[in-house]
Ligand binder design. Structure first.
Ligand SMILES: [Zn+2]
Length: 445
């Protein structure tokens, strides 16, 4: 495909643009990452630069961005997406989703025991579409009770059989018996929990090593381990360790030997430090992190994925839906502390990625967390980068997504208005392009 700039061609102007508009992908199957188009952006936030730029033209060929230019008109025989009245950004990244789970599972955990692989995948398909249309072109899915179902969903998305975001998947939770990933439920004996609902149960470094190897051998893109107690699980104490440092280290070693990353769920100060020292790459939640933990995270470049929005959703909607009292209490005990510690950690220079724990609250509302990140100390640009280039770096995907420039996947979203003035405009994404294919356009075409 030949690409010229109007300046190079002198007499040629924007009138030489092809007028064809990109087709909307509405149904699977389709060929992922196969789209070609020109996107004209009124403003561009590229995910890396400190300031936006005006009048950008992005050329995407066969799924990949081949050029990005400013001010000049690019001529190519490609469909044109005219977003000259809007702000373009890289497709957003949520580093902590459970895309095959939904909030009603928390209201009544016994529901999970009725799930089949088919019903779990059906939920995952539906929520993948919702998530993509909310502007999240990439997610890191950090576990599903129905073990390994998320590998199938990821593979279906990659094959174009399901419309959804790019996905890294953990497969199941590495957790101790009775731990935050064990699905202990009043009225159900632990021995009655079927294996597939708690595949990652282990005790002692050797068992954790074996379970981590099972995850790797089954196709895990990352490992997810439950280092401390959880808020939304029976019996756990968020501030207390569950896995020992030796157990964490055993799992981390397997993950790193396989070239994948390790996400450690840790609310409590002690578990956060132990997980960092054992080599975890990201700390999930990090609610009760102390000064020592903040210093360690900064020193070792470990990112915090702090889900600082969902506490409000749980307090209102969880209460309305009669979530278990224990969950609501633990949510109350961690919400404010987590936000205060978010502010502290960010001020201290700890890397922070955008992770929401979507499934605790409805998929598609992921972007509600941006306003909280700004309220608690980030600039809007910092919050955007936490959900784009910085998130991509902590997934090991910064060479393919998380920013807009040549050599990256054509993952672009657009909003009306200026997210640097009002970050909440990201809650209403008008346009979603993933791999050069248009999946959503709500403005007049
Ligand atoms: Zn989670």
């Amino acid at each position: 495909m030949k690409i010229f700039t109007a300046i190079a061609l002198g007499i040629l102007t924007q009138y030489c643009f092809a007028t064809e508009r990109p087709a909307l992908v509405e149904d699977a199957p389709y060929a992922p990452d196969s789209g070609s188009m020109i996107i004209r952006c009124g403003h561009l936030i590229d995910g890396v630069s400190a300031v936006p730029r005006d009048n950008a033209t992005i050329v995407i060929e066969h799924g990949w961005i081949v050029s990005l230019s400013f001010g000049t008109q690019v001529i190519a025989d490609l469909p044109v997406l005219d977003l000259s009245g809007q702000t373009c950004l890289p497709g957003l990244i949520d580093m902590h989703t459970h895309i095959l789970e939904v909030p009603s599972n928390t209201a009544d955990q016994t529901q999970i025991f009725k799930h089949t692989l088919e019903s779990t995948l059906a939920t995952g398909k539906e929520m993948s579409l919702v998530t993509l249309k909310a502007g999240f072109t990439t997610v890191r899915n950090v576990g599903t009770y129905y073990g390994m179902a998320e590998f199938q969903l990821r593979d279906l998305i990659n094959a174009g059989e399901v419309i959804g975001p790019r996905m890294q998947a953990a497969g199941f939770y590495l957790t101790i018996p009775g731990g935050g990933g064990d699905l202990l439920t009043p009225g159900i004996k632990e021995s009655d929990i079927p294996d597939y609902l708690h595949l990652g149960i282990a005790r002692g470094p050797e068992q954790f090593r074996q379970k981590a190897q099972l995850a790797v051998a089954s196709g895990a893109d990352l490992l997810k381990l439950i280092a401390s107690g959880a808020v939304l699980a029976y019996g756990g104490v968020p501030g207390s360790p569950e896995m020992t440092p030796e157990e964490i280290a055993a799992a981390v070693k397997v993950g790193h030997a396989a070239g994948i990353r390790v996400a450690a769920h840790a609310h409590g100060a002690q578990s956060i430090k132990e997980a960092i020292l054992a080599g975890a790459d990201t700390i999930e939640h990090a609610s009760l992190i102390d000064d020592e933990g903040i210093a360690l995270a900064r020193e070792r470049n470990v990112a915090l994925s702090m889900d600082i929005y969902n506490g409000d959703w749980i307090a209102v909607e969880g209460k309305k839906a009669h979530w278990p009292e224990e969950f609501l209490r633990k949510n109350d005990e961690t919400t404010l502390a987590q936000r205060q510690n978010f502010r502290k950690a960010h001020a201290a220079g700890v890397p922070i990625v955008f992770g929401t724990d979507a499934a605790v609250y409805p998929h598609g509302l992921n972007a509600r967390q941006f306003a909280y990140m700004v309220e608690w100390g980030m600039t809007p640009m910092e919050a955007i980068q936490a959900a784009t280039s910085i998130a991509a770096r902590y997934m090991g995907w910064n060479k393919i997504t998380g920013s807009i420039g040549p050599g990256m996947f054509g993952d672009v979203i657009a909003v009306s208005g200026d997210p640097l003035q009002d970050i909440s405009v990201l809650e209403h994404v008008d346009v979603v392009v993933k791999g050069g294919l248009l999946f959503k356009q709500t403005v007049a075409r």
